[in-house]
Design a protein. Structure first.
Length: 493
């Protein structure tokens, strides 16, 4: 049984989909007025693992992840897309296209599966206008000067909860309400815009019953999740910085327009930090994906492969903050290499023992624990710890410390299938391809093959002094040689 930490109830609950075997999941996607950063990527890698786990459990999953290409307001009331386009003298759709393509490239290199549907906010203006009409009809929104506002006090009077997702009290919310440009048109500071009248310079604009304008940012996710997943669906997710106001307002809009809050379970990912501080473009505490892969940044000593970065992200639970640093990345890279080395070795390893061989039980126990950790709120760090136990067992046989006859042929074949499913299908880890970092590990492998051959040659020549010198000097560089049945292998400590 799959358990997940539901942010709405604040509890870890057993997941029960509305229709057995089918899961509807909506995740707030990127805003495409600027390039996605590695912090955004953490959120999408987390939901990719959640999606993969649901598929692994045999569900049919409709995974909807939107593209926000309108409606994300800046403090001065201007739409980010419009502003980006105006500054660069481009069509807003050119800006959106450039960053959508960049986002897709980034998702591909980190081996994220594409969602089943990727709707755009600008492609769903009709649905958003319909929702505004429904909310007005329900008496929970009002028009003011061509804009339409959600009436938070009226909504509360109906006895609907507001603030339960983010744990905020309405009084605090009222006090906190920001002084947006359109403040004068609102009846109450906590009311929020669901339709905005466009100013004369605003480029992105559509006809509506109230004005030529554009939808409020929160509306798109309410309208698109309902269109593709229904009034009630299973899971809604996003980064925890979206809990308020975005998700709180989404629930209110859904409830006000049709009497259902939308998702039954809410999942929120925690933030990626850089050297202990929230990643932020404004104070220079950020790193782009390209810099992380190429190593051209003051924050890293070298480049890391996308798979090592993905592994690093999986080393923390999605609900915990994750601090990115050069040391942490280097440790993750080693862990990733160790795991993938064992996966590679498992492909050629055969158990030669008979049924019930001593290691069968041990290897299956560790694999079943890894699976159980994934089913316990997608606990990737614990699952990885169990997979390391499997890797140690495989390495001990491949290195000749344990006998292949300690495993049965059928038992190991089954274990291999379980291992590959967990590593490739669930965690989405592949053998690395591309990138500078892979290039350098390939070169290290080639170089080590040469050194190992030279040592074998010196031993064949009975030149023990030379062979010892090679081993000792490698040890001084933290490179350990292991002489096993199938020859000499090396490991980086
Ligand atoms: P945005 O494109 O800014 O709307 O963000 C897309 C997704 O990335 C949202 O779910 C955000 O909550 C999430 N996000 C933004 N910054 C970070 C970060 N530093 N770490 C993790 N997720 C983030
Ligand atoms: Zn959203």
């Amino acid at each position: 049984m799959l358990k997940l930490q539901d942010t709405l109830s604040g509890k870890k609950v057993e997941f029960e989909p509305l229709k057995p075997g089918f899961v509807g999941m909506y995740v707030c996607g990127p805003t495409v007025y600027s390039p996605a950063h590695i912090g955004n990527c953490r959120t999408f890698v987390s939901f990719d693992v959640i999606y993969r786990t649901l598929l692994y459990l045999g569900n049919k999953v409709r995974y909807v992840r939107n593209i926000t290409d309108v409606g994300h307001l800046l403090d001065d009331g201007e739409d980010r897309m419009s502003k980006g386009a105006r500054l660069q003298q481009l069509e807003p759709m050119e800006v959106a296209q450039e960053h959508t393509v960049g986002f897709h490239d980034m998702m591909r290199i980190f081996n994220n599966l594409p969602p089943s549907i990727e709707p755009r906010a600008t492609g769903h203006i009709i649905e958003q206008i319909e929702m505004v009409e429904q909310i007005i009809e329900a008496g929970l929104a009002y028009e003011s000067n061509g804009s339409v506002y959600f009436d938070v006090p009226a909504y509360l009077e109906k006895g609907e909860g507001y603030g339960s997702l983010s744990g905020r009290k309405v009084d605090d919310l009222m006090a906190e309400s920001r002084d947006l440009k359109a403040q004068g048109d609102k009846r109450h500071p906590s009311d929020f815009a669901i339709w905005m009248k466009a100013g004369p310079d605003h480029i992105m604009r559509w006809n509506s019953p109230w004005s030529v304008g554009f939808p409020g940012w929160h509306l798109e996710c309410s309208a698109m999740s309902r269109k593709y997943l229904g009034e009630e669906f299973d899971i809604h997710g996003g980064g925890n910085d979206l809990k308020f106001p975005h998700h709180e307002n989404e629930i209110a809009q859904n409830q006000a327009s049709c009497g259902h809050g939308g998702a039954r379970y809410w999942l929120h990912t925690n933030m990626l930090l850089l050297n202990g501080k929230k990643m932020s473009k404004s104070d220079g505490n950020h790193i782009t994906t390209e810099q992380l892969i190429s190593g051209e940044s003051e924050h890293v000593s070298k480049g890391y492969s996308p798979m090592a970065i993905r592994f690093f992200m999986l080393m923390a639970h999605y609900g915990s903050p994750l601090d990115m640093s050069d040391d942490a990345l280097a440790a993750a890279e080693k862990g990733y290499q160790r795991l993938m080395e064992a996966v590679k070795r498992s492909e050629t390893l055969e158990g030669t023992g008979s049924e019930g061989a001593p290691l069968d039980l041990e290897i299956h126990k560790a694999l079943d624990e890894a699976r159980a950790h994934m089913l316990d709120d997608f606990n990737t760090p614990r699952a990885i710890a169990s997979l390391f136990e499997v890797a140690s067992l495989i390495n001990s046989i491949a290195d000749g410390h344990r006998k292949a006859s300690d495993l049965s042929a059928a038992g190991f074949a089954e274990a291999r299938t379980k291992l590959l499913a967990l590593v490739h299908d669930v965690l989405g880890l592949q053998a690395s391809t591309g990138g500078d970092a892979d290039d350098s590990s390939e070169r290290i492998n080639g170089l080590m093959e040469l050194v190992i051959d030279l040592r074998a040659q010196s031993r064949a020549d009975r030149n023990w002094a030379m062979s010892d010198q090679i081993r000792d000097q490698l040890a001084a560089l933290d490179i350990e040689l292991k002489d096993g049945k199938e020859g000499t292998t090396f490991s980086l400590k």
